[in-house]
Design a protein around this ligand. Structure first.
Ligand code: KIV
Ligand code: ZN
Length: 513
């Protein structure tokens, strides 16, 4: 079996999905989980783009030692120096530099000629290699680039010391056969290609990202760039769990292996989904609610006789034993911490304490606390800024003959209580308006999503809210057995995130003076 390296870019390309932004602690949690999962390389961010991105790359480089940490940089010195600095303390740093190579990108985005692009790429790789041993180069929009130019560009950067050549299907335009031919022709026409590892990076605009990634691997790529749950720009990237399980389930046919411990897949996907508030579609391959459910009687009969009649992989192989009721109102801190450890979640002492307090509140209302609830509780607590507003309580009167009315009490940084009341079109609207009155910063609601984490009448609901405040978009999440409470928590959290983003922006403006 030949090994394929899994390069996970959830924290960089994945985070570029609208509404998927994570703060530094959340990124660190995901990085730890990716380490447990067995990813070979993680792309921790694009350091030059913001102080938060820089800090996340730095923290992950310092603390996550069991895999390679890559940082992205355009082919210019400022980007490269930020990426080099942010990954300086990594056990195995990698700089990933890119430049558009297609006629469209060169003419309209870069306004550069082929030879200018070639020289920029050469200088970038040379600079990066003078500081870091491992440099990856991507010709952006490779699949719409002129092949002859691509060969020259790749040959040049390999001569300058690039050790990984990544071929991105940036706009998700290709079909598998084309990818196969393209990788084959690069292997046949770039004279020094044996000095680099070829990598494939596919977007999912036509729903072909995983198929295209597989085609790239079959044609000779030994690194695949993927994201958890396939999140990413527009329709997303190739999904890690689908690619890894395709390689795993069809290993006899395909002949490849990865280092991924597939039994951590479900937890990892669930953790990310709760953290960013993107529910996993019921019919999502490998990790969707329905992936191992059998509805038709004839299927159920077959599965009861032998699971392999309708199942090509076991739920256990991806870490999905039937949802267990693990905890309840009598569970103490010990049991709570123990189950989190079993789920691969490690928290700092203060985070654990906050998560436990929240768990105790939930367990009081909900007799059975499932693993999925624990993910939601932990993500909810980790996602809340430690400074800013907190919700003391709320009350609602509603019904089909009353005007929905809400009262809320908030505190800023644990200070004096502030109370307000408001009416609205519905109970959620009334709560949001009452919160607006306390915070007194005009916010526009752009997105509101709610979904049930677990089945049954006592299900926990997860809410995500996106606000636009003074041109800044901020997303907050909240979870509770009570949808209004989850909504209020998400709304307050979005306001706090806005303040955190605005503070970072102001600091940046001061720094640049
Ligand atoms: O899709 C793309 O082209 C990218 C590059 C930066 C590799 O994400
Ligand atoms: Zn991409």
């Amino acid at each position: 079996m030949e090994k394929v390296d899994i390069f996970d870019t959830t924290l960089r390309d994945g985070e570029q999905s609208p509404g998927a932004s994570m703060d530094v602690e959340q990124k660190y949690e995901i990085a730890l989980q990716l380490e447990r999962l067995g990813a070979d390389i993680i792309e921790a961010g694009f350091p030059v783009s913001s102080p938060a991105q820089f800090n996340a790359c730095k923290l992950i480089s310092e603390r996550v030692r069991g895999l390679k940490v890559a940082a992205l940089a355009r082919s210019n010195m400022k980007d490269l120096d930020a990426a080099i600095e942010a990954t300086r303390d990594a056990a195995h740093p990698r700089i990933h530099t890119f430049i558009g190579s297609s006629p469209i990108h060169m003419e309209y985005k870069l306004k550069k000629t082929e030879s200018e692009v070639l020289e920029m790429a050469r200088a970038a790789v040379r600079h990066a290699r003078s500081k870091v041993a491992e440099v990856e180069f991507s010709p952006e929009d490779a699949t719409r680039s002129d092949l002859e130019f691509l060969y020259r560009l790749i040959e040049t950067v390999i001569d300058e010391g690039a050790t990984i050549i990544n071929i991105p299907d940036t706009v998700g335009y290709s079909v598998p056969d084309e990818i196969h031919r393209m990788i084959t022709s690069i292997r046949n026409n770039v004279p020094n290609i044996d000095k680099a590892i070829l990598s494939i990076h596919c977007h999912n605009d036509l729903g072909l990202a995983v198929a295209n990634t597989l085609a790239g691997i079959q044609a000779g790529c030994r690194q695949a760039e993927v994201t958890i749950n396939g999140i990413g720009e527009r329709a997303g990237n190739a999904s890690l769990e689908e690619l890894v399980m395709a390689l795993n389930v069809r290993k006899e046919l395909l002949g490849f292996q990865t280092r991924v411990n597939t039994t951590h897949i479900y937890n990892t996907c669930r953790m990310l989904s709760s953290m960013i508030g993107f529910p996993i579609a019921r019919n999502k391959a490998v990790v969707g609610e329905n992936a191992f459910s059998h509805e038709a009687g004839i299927h159920q009969h077959g599965v009861l006789a032998n699971r392999s009649t309708y199942e090509i992989m076991t739920p256990e192989s991806v870490g999905r034993d039937a949802s267990k009721i693990v905890l309840g109102r009598h569970s103490g801190m010990h049991g709570f911490r123990g189950r989190l450890v079993e789920l691969g979640i490690t928290l700092e002492e203060n985070e654990l304490k906050r998560a436990y307090d929240r768990f105790a509140q939930i367990a009081d209302r909900k007799r059975e606390v499932f693993d999925e609830d624990l993910f939601a509780i932990v993500s909810d607590e980790l996602g809340h800024q430690t400074s800013g507003y907190s919700l003391d309580y709320f009350s609602i009167t509603s019904g089909n003959i009353h005007v929905p009315t809400a009262g809320v009490r908030l505190r800023l940084d644990g200070g004096e209580p502030m109370e307000e009341a408001a009416t609205g079109d519905g109970p959620v609207d009334a709560v949001f308006k009452a919160i607006d009155r306390v915070i007194n910063v005009p916010a526009r609601l752009i997105e509101y999503n709610v979904h049930a984490v677990t089945p049954g009448k006592q299900a926990m609901g997860e809410v995500s809210v996106s606000l636009e405040i003074e041109g800044i978009r901020a997303t907050g999440h909240g979870s509770s057995t009570d949808i209004i409470e989850a909504s209020a928590r998400a709304y307050v959290n979005a306001h706090n995130r806005y303040s955190a983003i605005r503070n970072i922006k102001e600091q940046r403006e001061l720094d640049s003076l």
